[in-house]
Design a protein around this ligand. Structure first.
Ligand SMILES: Nc1nc2c(ncn2[C@@H]2O[C@H](COP(=O)(O)OP(=O)(O)OP(=O)(O)O)[C@@H](O)[C@H]2O)c(=O)[nH]1
Length: 719
């Protein structure tokens, strides 16, 4: 196949891949990254754009294609920003100088600006004179960025000259400052020197291998991968069992005992893979790690119970992952079954049955009696046909870890879902940050196998360490490469742990918007009552700021849970708690995943904060810091004084002048000030963890045993 990839095309045109991707975007052609293969049609359109409508194919263009219209250059200059020195807020626009275009792409001697022509006059075009030491180079190359000093060296100039030039276009830079691509191009443009950005292909980035496209003629249909989700006790496990029992061939060794966290069945000559990781937590954890493994979600809803909170959560998780949903209305054998109610309730969540004019498939089943299971499988078959699930068994194997553990006898044991290619015993493999050679491979019924094709779950041994669920794996040519990539990945992971992640937060939102990285601000709203959740969500949706949309991906009543944080991490969302707090697990998860959780009690403050963040006006000067917690052990009513809460400090400390919140079952019932803080009879300035104290609140008396005081102070944030 001779398809041209984005980076190859960019090279041909002597522009960057990003520019090509941006240009494609303006043509409504979305490509994943620089590795994406371009359709002929896209190449033709690009050729047209780069040759100014002359319909000249890229192959005929000289590598340094000069004849790009100035207006294209303008367009490609990046979103609203002129040149900027990195790490600086450089006021955009200034450097975007009129029709000057990006002569950086041009070679000296070709149609250059006046200044450079003057330089050129001294040159004897056909006499091979030796290069003068201070002469400008024809072209420079760089990867990602250059410091001012490095750029100066490449241009054979003094750094101070470059600093001056930058200053002229409104960029203040010091000698050691890193310059971004725009600034480098602008300076080179000014000297009439061509620039080429070398794009490094990161061989340690496993996703790159997933993005490699297969030849169309090698693609074959692959089994669909199905996850079952639903509310507790609605019958997920029973349904999974029932499907397996009806379909696993009797003759299989090991019968129906399942060995690994996934199994495959055959229905109408078509295989279906079920992931036995019920619950959306596992599903979303995987997605948070970047892996998409599920093709279809079966949402189990008990016909006698209807839509419950976890049903809604599951819907939102599946929607966020853009996975099609089939509804299994379970427990139809029960006399109290009311499938109409289930349909009605799900309609309220945007899942409208086909019978009512929608496009959601509802299948009534009984996991207990087996009734309806065949229709369910048939529907899975139908949906997977629509999805056109394809893979190329001839390529190197790649996929995702379903689960992994350390086995005393066998060492690291990992269940992998092969998503593309064919995995074979003996293959050198990198799995997450681990590596090795596939020593032995066992299928879902415990039988040893030599190879496993697309959508097949297998258990393997032979890795040097235990990978994590959701980690990606890729097979490499030889063990040496696998080891070196595995080791660099482990190293990178360590560094990343120390470094920072770029999850969206209200603090960095504007910056990300400016760089064109954010189009949707995903938000999860949790609140104390349905009414307030709806009100917050509705007000958020009304915010109008150009360039970014608020997208509510999940709302629910109750405290912020770990599952909310996982969803936020997977969907790059922020979490808003309205009169509710995160529970302990959620707090830990939010810290670890760096999910921005914003807690509020007044709607307009929520809106104000988000709006300011979107317009870059967020005032981050003060941030609330929780300094301690105390639990109310006993209350005493004293006339004139009110209720004294005999409390025990469980975390940090409570200080006399800290702000305080009273929390009951995860819900904030009061926020205000302390009236008194006493140790025995004496006033105390602060009471530390492990000590008892008496607390009264200003203007609030309804303190109850078991309530939690949360003390906080406002701290100035260093910018
Ligand atoms: N009558 C009837 N009972 C069912 C059916 N499906 C499941 N049950 C029962 O419902 C209960 C819960 O079923 P499970 O399969 O454990 O539910 P689950 O969704 O896996 O529950 P968790 O794993 O706790 O989330 C069990 O007692 C099942 O026997 C059904 O179709 N009809």
């Amino acid at each position: 196949m001779s398809k041209v990839r984005v980076y190859e095309y960019a090279k041909k045109q002597n522009v960057t891949s990003k520019e090509v991707i941006d240009k494609l975007k303006t043509m409504n052609i979305e490509v994943k990254n620089h590795m994406a293969a371009l359709e002929n049609e896209a190449v033709a359109k690009l050729d047209k754009a780069y040759t100014g409508g002359q319909d000249k194919p890229a192959s005929q263009n000289k590598p340094q294609s000069q004849n790009r219209p100035a207006q294209n250059n303008q367009q490609n200059r990046g979103k609203g920003g002129g040149p900027q020195a990195n790490n600086r807020g450089g006021k955009g626009g200034q450097g975007n100088q009129g029709g000057k275009g990006r002569g950086g792409q041009q070679r000296p001697g070709q149609n250059r600006g006046g200044k450079n022509n003057r330089n050129q006059k001294n040159k004897q075009p056909f006499t091979p004179t030796p290069m003068k030491p201070r002469e400008l180079p024809e072209k420079i190359t760089f990867t990602e960025s250059l410091t001012v000093a490095e750029l100066a060296k490449k241009l054979h100039k003094e750094p101070s000259e470059i600093v001056k030039k930058l200053f002229m276009v409104g960029v203040m830079a010091t000698v050691n400052q890193e310059l971004d691509k725009d600034s480098i191009e602008l300076i080179c443009d000014d000297y009439g020197v061509a620039v080429e950005e070398e794009i490094l292909i990161d061989s340690t980035d496993l996703e790159t291998y997933f993005d490699e496209e297969s030849d169309a003629d090698k693609l074959v249909e692959r089994p669909s991968v199905v996850t079952i989700m639903g509310h507790v006790d609605h019958g997920k496990t029973t349904l999974l069992d029932s499907i397996r029992k009806t379909k696993v061939t009797e003759g299989e060794a090991g019968g129906i005992t399942q060995h690994i966290g996934a199994y495959q069945i055959e229905n109408d000559d078509k295989k279906i893979t079920f992931l036995d990781t019920p619950g959306h937590a596992a599903f979303t954890t995987m997605r948070a790690r970047g892996a998409k493994v599920t093709d279809i979600t079966i949402l189990v809803v008990a016909a006698d119970d209807g839509v419950m909170p976890q049903t809604v959560e599951a819907i939102n998780h599946a929607k966020a992952a853009e996975v099609p949903i089939i509804i299994a209305v379970n427990k139809m054998d029960k006399p109290s079954a009311n499938p109409d109610r289930v349909m009605q309730e799900l309609t309220e969540h945007g899942l409208v049955p086909e019978a009512w004019g929608g496009d959601t498939i509802f299948v009534p089943v009984s996991a207990l009696t087996g009734e309806g299971i065949d229709s369910l499988l048939e529907m899975i078959g139908l949906v997977s046909e629509v999805e056109e699930l394809k893979a190329d068994p001839s390529r190197r194997a790649m996929g995702t870890v379903i689960e992994a553990e350390l086995d005393k006898g066998r060492g690291s044991v990992a269940t992998l879902l092969v998503q593309d290619g064919t995995l074979r015993v003996g293959d050198p493999i990198v799995v997450g940050t681990t590596f090795g050679r596939v020593r032995a491979m066992v299928n879902d019924v415990g039988r040893r196998v030599k190879e496993a094709g697309p959508s097949t779950p297998v258990e393997i041994t032979g890795l040097n360490d235990v990978p994590l669920a959701g980690d990606r794996f890729v097979v490499f040519e030889d063990e040496k490469t696998a080891r070196s990539i595995g080791e660099s990945r482990a190293q990178q992971a360590l560094q990343a742990q120390r470094g920072e992640k770029t999850r969206v937060s209200l603090e960095n939102l504007f910056e990300q918007m400016k760089q064109g990285e954010m189009k949707d601000l995903n938000v999860i709203v949790k609140g104390d009552v349905q009414g307030s959740v709806e009100a917050v969500a509705a007000s958020l949706l009304k915010i109008e700021v150009e360039g970014v949309n608020v997208k509510i991906i999940h709302t629910a009543v109750g405290a912020i849970t770990e599952s909310d944080i996982t969803l936020a991490a997977a969907s790059n969302a922020i979490v808003i708690g309205f009169n509710v707090r995160p529970d302990a697990n959620a707090k830990r998860a939010a810290d670890a995943e760096q999910v921005d959780v914003r807690l509020h009690r007044i709607i307009y403050k929520v809106i104000e904060e988000i709006e300011s963040a979107m317009t870059g006006l967020l005032d981050p000067e003060f941030e609330e810091k929780v300094i301690g917690q105390a639990e109310v052990r006993q209350t005493f009513k004293v006339s004139k004084v009110g209720t004294i809460a005999g409390s025990y400090v469980t975390e940090g400390k409570i200080t006399r002048d800290s702000g305080v919140r009273l929390i009951r079952d995860g819900i904030v019932v009061f926020e205000g000030e302390l009236d008194t803080l006493k140790r025995y009879k004496d006033d105390a300035k602060e009471v530390a963890k492990g000590y008892e104290c008496g607390i009264t609140l200003k203007n609030y008396n309804d303190v109850k045993e078991g309530d939690i005081f949360e003390a906080f102070v406002m701290e100035e944030i260093k910018r």
